[in-house]
Ligand binder design. Structure first.
Ligand code: NAD
Ligand code: UGA
Length: 463
């Protein structure tokens, strides 16, 4: 079967970039990305591609080429579902904040709503593709809802988890390490898998497209994120030991990364991992293991999160300790708020938790991030619900000029590894700060020797 029309439900960080690249590489397929959020769709349709809602290097160019040709963004969800042969579900699956599994299980409310909407609207057979990250065996829920419509429409369900990382989404989509497709081992299931293989086959070499059964595919996605996050927590755990032993964590990473069995990637010590998925997906894995009574398995993976929380807290405590155990009314300038460089996404960013800790101590935090504005920073803090919005606005300020934000500060904390921070005039920054002037480099980004030479007291992770 060859696909002529694709609909993607969810125009977020995954749906937007993924569908833009699929459309770019398959000019013969009409791709419509739909969302309930009118403002988000309007932004995707903004003639100025600098204003699309997801900041990713290279994405503006891709959208600019495909949009209006065979790529469309719309809020007409029913229409797009009805017209499509293949429907990707790419809605959010956050950690549940209520009821059974609160704080651990994935909230599948939006997934179920999509399934019910597809069941209600569809008049022709369709392939449904799980693009969202889902607990293993979610496809059986989708099947149950879709196979009970009674209107004779057939649905095939595939799992096609997304492995792109934010900040490098376009690069990752253009040349993925692998594409994973899981489906049923039946003649219809195989046909559906083949249809999706052909969509990716337009640009991805066949040997990089892995096909498997649906449950292995679902579980592989959670496992991939758990393994990546585990590496960060492992190196961060050792960073604390380095700080007590004069070992240098970057040297340790270099030494162990040279072992081809370990490999050099994902060994960068930091203030802690953030992002919308690592924590949520591990918590979900922990929850699933516990529901099967696998307590040891659950405890093992939960430790990755415990370590990450410790690392964020430890960073904040280090700042307080170095500033003579009080930060009350002291200006602490944050460089970076996004959870990593080259993205405007702040979900679960370590910066939020470090700021919260310092605000408890009544610090005067001033934030600068090249892609994140004041509205988002306050929204992130208010979401924590640890103090009133008024108090957050009183204690924390957000600026648009790094030299203004750092002026008069006791300390600078680097929370995101934006390249531009390396290019600043650090002498000028030093001259405008209170002395002794501290830099807490949560990303080991800056040249510590050069800053020390200027006069800064430099504190890096694992050094
Ligand atoms: P997101 O919150 O940016 O986007 C989800 C979008 O879905 C929102 O715009 C929301 O309005 C829309 N939506 C929700 N319910 C809807 C409905 N019933 N109809 C229409 N639209 C609806 O989320 P995201 O970061 O794109 O993540 C989506 C999924 O992909 C998650 O399961 C996530 O775990 C997974 N994932 C994310 C990344 C990443 O880098 N962000 C990478 C791989 C996988
Ligand atoms: C991660 C995975 O890398 C993707 O493969 C996956 O698709 C995605 O999650 C998802 O499922 O959402 P992402 O969270 O966008 O991607 O970004 P990463 O590059 O993985 O970084 C995650 C966090 O770990 C960031 O805060 C980053 O700064 C931190 N990190 C990463 C480190 O502290 N050290 C490292 O060595 C690597």
């Amino acid at each position: 079967m060859s696909v002529k029309s694709i609909c993607c439900i969810g125009a977020g960080y995954v749906g937007g970039p993924t569908m833009s690249v699929i459309a770019l590489k398959n000019p013969g397929i009409k791709v419509t990305v739909v969302d309930l959020n009118q403002a988000r769709i309007n932004a995707w349709n903004d003639p100025d591609t600098d204003k699309i809602p997801v900041y990713e290097p290279g994405l503006g160019e891709v959208v600019g080429e495909a949009r209006g040709r065979n790529l469309f963004f719309s809020t007409e969800v029913d229409q797009a579902i009805a017209d499509a042969d293949m429907i990707f579900i790419s809605v959010n699956t956050p950690t549940k904040t209520y009821g059974e599994g609160k704080g651990q299980a994935a909230d599948l409310k939006w997934i179920e709503l999509c399934a019910r909407q597809i069941a209600r609207v569809s008049q022709t057979d369709k392939i449904i593709v799980e693009k969202s990250t889902l607990p293993v065996r979610t496809a059986s829920t989708l099947k149950d809802i879709l196979s009970n419509t009674g209107n004779g429409v057939n649905f095939q369900i595939l799992s096609n988890p997304e492995f792109l990382a934010e900040g490098t989404a376009v690069e990752d989509l253009m040349a993925p390490d692998r594409v994973l497709i899981g489906g049923d081992d039946t003649p219809e299931g195989k046909k559906a898998i083949e249809a999706l293989v052909n969509v990716y086959g337009a640009w991805v070499p066949r040997e990089r497209i892995l096909t498997t059964n649906i449950w292995s595919s679902e579980l592989s996605k959670l496992t991939a994120n758990a393994f990546l996050a585990q590496r960060v927590s492992s190196i961060n755990a050792l960073s604390e030991l380095c700080e007590h032993t004069e070992a240098d964590i970057d040297e340790v990473s270099r030494a162990i990364g040279a072992d081809s069995r370990i490999g050099p990637k994902f060994l960068k010590a930091s203030v802690g991992f953030g992002g919308s998925c690592f924590q949520k997906d591990i918590l979900n894995l922990v929850y699933i293991a516990r529901t099967y009574g696998l307590e040891d398995v659950a405890d093992y993976w939960e430790q990755v999160i415990i370590m990450n929380d410790h690392q964020k807290r430890r960073f904040a405590k280090k700042i307080i300790k170095a500033l003579y155990n009080t930060v009350n009314d002291k200006k602490i300038a944050f460089l970076g708020w996004a959870f990593k460089k080259d993205t405007n996404d702040t979900r679960e960013s370590a910066a939020i938790y470090v700021a919260d800790h310092l605000l408890f101590e009544q610090a005067a935090v001033a934030v600068y991030d090249p892609k994140v504005g004041a509205q988002q920073v306050y929204a992130d803090l208010d979401y924590l619900n640890t103090r009133s919005s008024e108090e957050n606005e009183k204690l924390l300020t957000v600026g648009t000029d790094p030299y203004e934000v750092t002026k008069g500060a006791h300390a600078i904390a680097v929370l995101t590894e934006w390249d531009e921070f390396k290019t600043y005039d650090w002498q000028r920054i030093y001259d405008q700060m209170l002395k002794p002037a501290h830099v807490f480099d949560g990303r080991n980004l800056l040249n510590a020797a050069a800053l020390t030479e200027i006069g800064f007291r430099v504190h890096q992770i694992g050094k």
